[in-house]
Each structure stands twice: as structure tokens, then as C-alpha cells.
Design a protein around this ligand. Structure first.
Ligand code: ZN
Length: 400
């Protein structure tokens, strides 16, 4: 290496620790263009574990380090810009960076054939082996959150043009996505077969990662969707990259209390085993004819979101839960008062508004990532303007 090369390499390296502020020289032109307006992130206290997992009989897809690094960094910027827009600072899930500017993606070869890590049942064996890897290499485990990426299967059903066969969902603090040869940022936003395929799988990648970072499904109020597009944690996995896609205030409030978004020097220990469930001292949900007005007071300080649900809110049928971040009054004596007004005009896409059964979920979160949810079900047919909804005894469950 001559002196000029050395200076050139050193200047590249010197730019790397600024976390996305500089685009590595070996990135594609498409990535350089996409990342040109990157914002510099606050320094994360914890980082997302990114694992590329194969069977013992298949291999990573060519050039995965560059392709996935570009896609991860662009996604990190999306999250960071949404956090900043909602007033939480330049924060996103932390990524461990290599000196060359790639994301440090841990490659783990499984003990079994790739068919044994299938969509239906493969996640358990995969996570077991990843946990064993982290036990043997504790310095590689950088948070409680792990993003697992597997190469597509190749068989009669799946292949380069129809990738699949592998786990693809969020599961607690782990989430799964897939890789295939055209999974490349150069196709982003293109109205081509590769572009549409990329939105399907990159939108899914972005959305499943949201689950792995604690996010539940949620949709936005009507006026917000009209102005900003589709929420990523609603059906934004089908729009990301092609049409306007955004994070709701609710999603950002939850990410504010998610481990890998914590900033160095301001980070608590996350997810304590002994988290105390909320003690609600007062809760009133009043209907004034045009809106639901919720006010609550609880012991300890919580960030509270209200989700309005249609009656079919089982798992994966809750994409259309419309989320409202409750306004917090300054805490007094360690207690929290929160209020929100929910105009019915903001619930246009929900079924059953003003007739039949409706659910209101209240989601409570604390800065150490502890999360509780409770559900109030009521019937519109018996509700008149001026009434309050009976809330009964609140039952909480942990997590969102
Ligand atoms: Zn989902």
C-alpha cells in the first residue's frame, strides 16, 4: 500500500464511525444516492444483533454483506428520520459497524439442513442455535434484540423470482426476514417486477423488524394517513419504497422505550423481570357524540397509547387498530395523568364505529422497555352522548 492509498483508506475509515453520515466507497451508486442525505445518529448504547443464518447445506446469497448493509442503513435512516420528526431526536436501532462501513452481520451455519428451518416450524431450532452462539460468544450479543435473515429456499415453489420457505415474522424480541439475489436497493421504488418484489420483501423486512423492536400493529387516524401515507406497522409493508409510508406517533413513542434506540449515557437496563403492572387510580372514557375522550391517572410514570379496535382483533387481524398517543401531563408525586380526544371522524376505516362491539386497548410503557396492555370492550348500541363507558376491573397482560 503506498502513501496515497494509505491516506485514502484512512480518510474513508475516519468517516465510518459517524454512523451512516458517510457512505462507504464500495456501496452501489443507488445506495450512495439513497444515503446522500443521511443524518448522523446519536450514539446508541445498545445495538441490534444482525444474524445471517443458513442450513448446513446451503450458502448465503452472493454479495449479501454489501446488499444487506445498504438496505439496513437505509432502513435505519427511515426510522431515525421518523423519530426525529416526532420529536425524539436522531435515534434509530443501533447497528454494529465494521471498519469498511458494512454492517457487522454475524454468519451462523446451522447444524441441520436448510429445509429444517422452514417457515412453519424452523424458528425454534434456529433461535436455539443462535442462543448457543451468543452463549459461546457473549461479546457478540449487543442487546436483547436479534434480526435473523435467511436465504430463500430453492425448490418447486420457491426461488429467485418467488423467494420464501423460511421464517418471516416477529417473535418477541427476535424477528425473521429473508434474502434473495435481487434483494438490492437499486430496485427500490422501481415499477418493475424486481421493484415490486423488493417492496414486498423490503417492506416486510422493515415491518417485521418493527415487531422485533417491540412494535405492535397499528394504523393512523384518517387525517394523518391522508397527509402522510400508510403506517409501516399497518399495511406499510406493502407500500414501503413505492408509496409514502410513515411511523405513527404511537410507534415512535414505543421505540423511544426500546433498547436499541437508547442513547449512550442515557440508557437504563432494559426489560427487568420484575416489572410492576400499572396501577390505574382513575379512568374515564366519555362519549360526547363526536368523540371519545379518555383520561386516566396511574401510579408511576407511563407512556400510554390508546388503540381503537374493530371486533376482529385476533393476532394478525389487528393491522387496522387506530393508534392515539395519549398526552402526558407533567408527572406529579410520581403519578401520571394522560388524556386524549379521539374524534370519530378519525376512525373512518374501522368497522363498527357507532354500532355493535368495539374495543379500546390501552398500552402502557416505561423507559426500561416494560410493556403492558389492557382491553376495554363496549357496545355502541347502548352508548348515548354524555355517557361514560364502564371499564370494569382492568386485566393486564405483558408485552404488546
Ligand atoms: Zn406484522
Amino acid at each position: 500500500m503506498n502513501a496515497t492509498m494509505m491516506i485514502s483508506v484512512m480518510s474513508t475509515l475516519a468517516l465510518v464511525p459517524t454512523l451512516s453520515a458517510a457512505v462507504p466507497a464500495h456501496f452501489s451508486d443507488a445506495a450512495k444516492a439513497r444515503l446522500a442525505d443521511s443524518i448522523e445518529l446519536e450514539k446508541p448504547a445498545y445495538k441490534l444483533n444482525v444474524v445471517y443464518f443458513t442450513g448446513n447445506d446451503n450458502a448465503p446469497i452472493a454479495d449479501y454483506e454489501r446488499r444487506l448493509s445498504e438496505l439496513l442503513l437505509y432502513l435505519q435512516q427511515f426510522y431515525a428520520k421518523e423519530m426525529q420528526r416526532h420529536g425524539y431526536g436522531k435515534r434509530a436501532f443501533g447497528l454494529n459497524m465494521l471498519p469498511n462501513g458494512n454492517v457487522d452481520i454475524i454468519l451462523i451455519r446451522g447444524k441441520k439442513s436448510h429445509k429444517e428451518y422452514s417457515y412453519g416450524s424452523g424458528h425454534g431450532a434456529c433461535l436455539e442455535e443462535i442462543n448457543a452462539y451468543f452463549e459461546a460468544n457473549p461479546d457478540k450479543k449487543l442487546s436483547h434484540h436479534t434480526f435473523v435473515i435467511m436465504p430463500t429456499h430453492y425448490d418447486a415453489e420457491y426461488g429467485d423470482k418467488n423467494p420464501g420457505g423460511v421464517p418471516f415474522y416477529g417473535l418477541g424480541r427476535n424477528c425473521f426476514a429473508l434474502d434473495y439475489p435481487d434483494f438490492d436497493i437499486r430496485h427500490l421504488g422501481q415499477n418493475t417486477p424486481e421493484g415490486r418484489l423488493l417492496t414486498k420483501w423490503y417492506g416486510g423486512f422493515a415491518h417485521e423488524l418493527g415487531h422485533g423492536l417491540n412494535l405492535p400493529h397499528n394504523d393512523g387516524p384518517t387525517s394523518m394517513n391522508d397527509a402522510q401515507g400508510t403506517p409501516l406497522m399497518g399495511s406499510g409493508n406493502y407500500t414501503f419504497g413505492l408509496k409514502p409510508t410513515y411511523m405513527t406517533p404511537s410507534s415512535c413513542s414505543i421505540l423511544d422505550c426500546s433498547e436499541t434506540f437508547a442513547v449512550e449515557g442515557k440508557a437504563p437496563a432494559f426489560y427487568p423481570d420484575n416489572a410492576a403492572e400499572p396501577v390505574v387510580e382513575a379512568l374515564n372514557i366519555a362519549y360526547d357524540g363526536d368523540a371519545l375522550n379518555i383520561s386516566l391517572r396511574c401510579q408511576a410514570e407511563f407512556c400510554v397509547n390508546a388503540y381503537i379496535q374493530d371486533p376482529e382483533y385476533t393476532v394478525n387481524r389487528d393491522y387496522d387498530a387506530i393508534a392515539f398517543l395519549m398526552k402526558r401531563e407533567p408527572a406529579d408525586a410520581g403519578k401520571q395523568t394522560c388524556t386524549v380526544r379521539i374524534p370519530l371522524s378519525e376512525l373512518k376505516r374501522l368497522k363498527n364505529v357507532r354500532s355493535g362491539e368495539q374495543g379500546i386497548d390501552l398500552l402502557f410503557g416505561t423507559p426500561d422497555g416494560s410493556r403492558f396492555r389492557t382491553r376495554i370492550v363496549f357496545n355502541w348500541d347502548s352508548l348515548k352522548p354524555g355517557d361514560s363507558i364502564p371499564t370494569g376491573k382492568l386485566e393486564f397482560w405483558q408485552g404488546y
